[in-house]
Ligand binder design. Structure first.
Ligand code: 4AD
Ligand code: MG
Length: 480
């Protein structure tokens, strides 16, 4: 196996004099002499120098942009600017040709491609600097998440992907069935007979692993899930996916305060991890973000650069306030008085993203944790507050993103939970396993859900959620 370009560039002049083999793809070819090779291990490329008189012309002609190559030779100090070392090629092999017309078709020329166009070129997308950086950072964030929880005594829990329960009660689920859609078996009443389906009942793809995670937390203490999550909400926005990844920690004996402290510490840890471990990719995306900002009209521009925005989150406490206080802030704002909100503001409404962004970006200019929402607009499992109107919910709102985390303290009191089920029209029998945890050694507990892609948007500066997941699934789109 050859050495990775990342390792080579890290060791830099220490490897001068050694004979090595690298494998990668040709990024550019200059002056019939200099090849830039990238192998995906890092943003950087290795410069390889080819002596044109030393190889048959027929072989040299295969060295085109995007071709896959294996190169061996000696590492020497580079005299040119822009790199400290280069490879003097003694042998090369073209492993995969890249025909010019195929390359033309996927526009492999080194010009900037529109992100929309690249989404349709899933194979080529990975080979661009931008997406290389985004997906290397996505990996690092995932690793940081596991590391954070492991070092804080949490156990990683795999909750089911196919499930009979609708945890969020929003009814935005994808049905999973092996029944014949053309000709399903019917009951006597003429309804689809799911007793004849694969699982003997209707099941769906999970919208959240929370309810199952609660069972585990009430035995293992601290657990977290990290898995694919599916929502059939028909919202074609830059912040919604039909298939996304969610991280859901659940902690026995935690109340809402402890839940907020955990969330804030966790989000700051991820930000710090990216700042410390993804410098090269982050710098590239920071420059990219600066260029994007420069295209925008002045009033839409971000005052802070991408790196400064991440540093800001690490260094500043999140603003915590109740939903009721937030409604007052919004109603007293000039923005409201000048009728600049599209949606009305009144106690009881589900905050729209324009309201959330106003609070974060205009009013407080920092991440915000909103708590104690009206019971009617939140899920049945959230703990009722003494006022009888609100629940111990919390949403974390981030600049440029809006809601990044949703969580709550859970209703641990059996009778109250039973009343909530009745009020929400949730049949208790279906949730017998959940209700039983409130009968047998129930304790206060709390947790939250972080949308991985929204976090990646924040740390990469990408503004469309489709550009931070390798293969986005959205309404009317499930290519590849
Ligand atoms: O606020 P949500 O719906 O909360 C839950 O599902 C709870 N069960 C979490 C918990 O308490 N354990 O979703 C949590 C987060 C959101 O804040 C958002 O970041 C992300 O998941 N999310 C989505 N991300 C991308 N596309 C979608 N359609 C998303 N829906 C939610
Ligand atoms: Mg939510």
């Amino acid at each position: 196996m050859g050495v990775s370009i990342k390792e080579l560039l890290l060791q830099s002049t220490q490897v001068v004099g050694s004979t090595i083999t690298v494998q990668g793809w040709v990024r550019a070819f200059r002056s019939n002499r200099f090849l830039q090779i990238n192998d995906g291990s890092t943003l950087g490329t290795l410069q390889a120098v080819i002596d044109f008189n030393a190889f048959p012309e027929e072989e040299l002609r295969k060295l085109t942009t995007a071709a896959a190559v294996k190169l061996s030779g000696e590492v020497v100090e580079s005299i040119g600017s822009g790199q400290s070392i280069e490879l003097l090629v003694k042998h090369f092999e073209v492993l995969g040709l890249a025909a010019a017309d195929d390359v033309q078709r996927t526009v492999m020329q080194p010009k900037r491609h529109s992100l929309d166009f690249l989404r349709e070129q899933a194979h080529f997308r990975f080979r661009t600097n931008t997406f290389g950086a985004v997906f290397r950072i996505r990996h690092s964030v995932s690793y940081a998440i596991h590391h954070y929880f492991h070092s804080h005594g949490f156990y990683y829990l795999n909750t089911p992907i196919v499930t009979g329960s609708d945890a969020e009660g929003a009814g935005e689920m994808f049905r999973v069935t092996t029944l014949d859609a053309q000709n399903p078996p019917l009951t006597e009443e003429g309804k689809v007979d799911f007793s004849q389906d694969f699982f003997g009942k209707p099941v769906n793809l999970t919208v959240s692993g929370q309810l199952e995670a609660e069972l585990a937390a009430l035995a293992l203490g601290k657990v977290y899930t990290f898995g694919p999550t599916f929502r059939a909400e028909n919202s074609n926005t830059s912040r919604h996916l039909a298939e996304f990844w969610m991280i859901e920690p659940e902690v026995a004996f935690n109340d809402l305060q402890a839940n907020m402290d955990l969330t804030e510490d966790f989000l700051k840890y991820i930000c710090r991890f990216v700042l410390e471990n993804c410098q090269e990719d982050l710098q590239f995306l920071n420059d990219r973000d600066q260029q994007e900002q420069a295209q925008k009209p002045q009033h839409e521009r971000n005052e802070l650069s991408l790196i400064e925005r991440i540093q800001f989150v690490v260094e500043n406490p999140f603003k915590r306030l109740s939903y009721t206080e937030a409604i007052d802030v919004l109603k007293n704002s000039n923005h409201y008085k000048k009728k600049k909100f599209q949606y009305d503001v009144a106690w009881g409404i589900d905050l729209q993203s324009e309201h959330e962004r106003y609070l974060v970006e205009k009013e407080f200019k920092c991440p915000v944790i909103l708590t104690d929402y009206p019971a009617e607009i939140k899920a049945f499992y959230m703990r009722s507050n003494d006022d009888g109107k609100t629940v111990a919910a919390m949403d974390v709102l981030f600049p440029g993103i809006g809601e990044i985390v949703g969580g709550s303290q859970r209703e641990e009191r059996l009778e109250v939970l039973q009343q909530k089920c009745a009020a929400f029209g949730i049949p208790e029998e279906e949730l017998w396993w959940y209700m039983d945890t409130r009968r047998i050694g129930t304790v206060p507990h709390a947790g939250f859900g972080l949308g991985l892609e929204r976090m990646i948007m924040f740390v990469t500066g990408m503004t469309n959620i489709r550009d931070v997941i390798p293969f986005p699934r959205t309404p009317l789109n499930a290519s590849f």
